[in-house]
Design a protein around this ligand. Structure first.
Ligand code: 13P
Ligand code: SF4
Length: 332
């Protein structure tokens, strides 16, 4: 039997008390059936405020977890429990080791304020919350780090070294990366000490790519996500979260050429003419791309059949401390 997934999804959405959520990096056909779309900050906020008891979250694991942490009464299902490669680079024990590394280099635990990028596991958010720290996203990192520094403590930034260093650079702060030899500053000298995690997709964009486009089109603008390498962000005209990139590109004159350094599905959805992907390889996020229209249909159908699949659970102790870290961000 051939199922028309799109019309079945529309029927199930009409008949069930469910909200379908999709991050900008989802495939077009999945993105189009979502009721709420946005960057990771907007999705966390809007899901929390939404009234439906069921959420079908099309994105990566930490995003579904964030909804469950903020609104534990909601039933959160993910069509694919796909894990962000960067979030996978750190767990609770790596967090403890990072604190121990700073202690070893002369920074006492009471002088550390941890900040975790939202692209992290609930166990890492819980460690951060327990230590008095908070979460940030790529759209509010500047504000969160600025606020964090008011405590007079050093910032332990996890898990993305690029985001941590890019914001430290833009604020004129000293930074270093844990475990990397020959850094300009030691942890005792630096203001921001970053864990050595990164996004494999955003590592694809290079300064050579920027030079290639600038040579080809001397007036071109280059806009990149702050998960790109600091040298790439430095050589670009603009850096911002997915929503900020969309706004930047939309505000340009339609004749203005622009090359964009972020995930392919999003770049491909932006205005088509005069818009280029800043890479010779297709920068697709493999895990974001795992979710298909069939998966969305099967997940919604599982609610109708009262046999929900792929439900997200967060252990209560972890949730409680992770929520502290998320709430501190949302309060700002
Ligand atoms: P945004 O916070 O900009 O949506 O980014 C999330 C992400 O995973 C980028 O790779
Ligand atoms: Fe994670 Fe990178 Fe994919 Fe974003 S693009 S979800 S940071 S692996």
């Amino acid at each position: 039997m051939n199922i028309d997934y799109k019309s079945e999804i529309e029927r199930l959405k009409r008949e069930l008390p469910v909200t379908v959520v999709g991050h900008y990096y989802q495939r077009d056909e999945v993105f189009e059936v979502a009721d709420i779309t946005g960057d990771s900050l907007e999705l966390a906020r809007r899901c929390d405020a939404d009234n439906n008891p069921w959420v079908v979250f099309c994105g990566v694991g930490f995003m579904g977890q964030s909804v469950k942490i903020l609104a534990p009464e909601k039933r959160v299902l993910m069509p694919k429990i796909a894990c962000c490669a960067m979030a996978r680079m750190m767990d609770g024990s790596y967090f403890d080791e990072s604190v121990a590394y700073m202690n070893k280099h002369g920074v006492k635990s009471e002088d550390i304020l941890p900040i975790t990028y939202i692209n992290s596991d609930a166990s890492v958010k819980a460690k951060v919350g327990k230590m008095g720290g908070l979460v940030c996203t790529s759209s509010n990192a500047f504000k969160i780090i600025e606020k964090g520094l008011e405590s007079g403590k050093k910032i332990l930034f996890v898990p993305d070294r690029c985001l941590g260093q890019n914001f430290a650079n833009s604020m004129g702060l000293k930074s270093c990366v844990i475990g990397v030899e020959g850094e300009e500053y030691t942890p005792a000298e630096a203001d921001v000490i970053c864990f050595n995690g990164f996004c494999s997709v955003h590592q694809l964009f290079t300064v050579d790519d920027i030079e290639f486009y600038r040579e080809k089109f001397p007036d071109i603008k280059i806009a990149v996500h702050p998960e790109c390498d600091p040298a790439v962000v430095k050589a670009a005209d603009f850096s911002g979260s997915t929503s900020q990139l969309i706004k930047y590109v939309n505000d340009l004159d339609p004749e203005q050429k622009v090359a964009i350094g972020t995930e392919y599905n999003l770049v491909n959805r932006m205005r088509k003419s005069n818009t280029y992907v800043l890479s010779s390889t297709k920068p697709e996020c493999p895990t974001m791309n795992e979710t298909t229209l069939e998966d969305v249909y099967l997940t919604l159908k599982s609610i109708e059949d009262e046999k929900p699949i792929n439900e997200i659970f967060v252990e209560e102790e972890t949730r409680k401390y992770a929520k502290l870290a998320l709430d501190r961000m949302l309060a700002l």
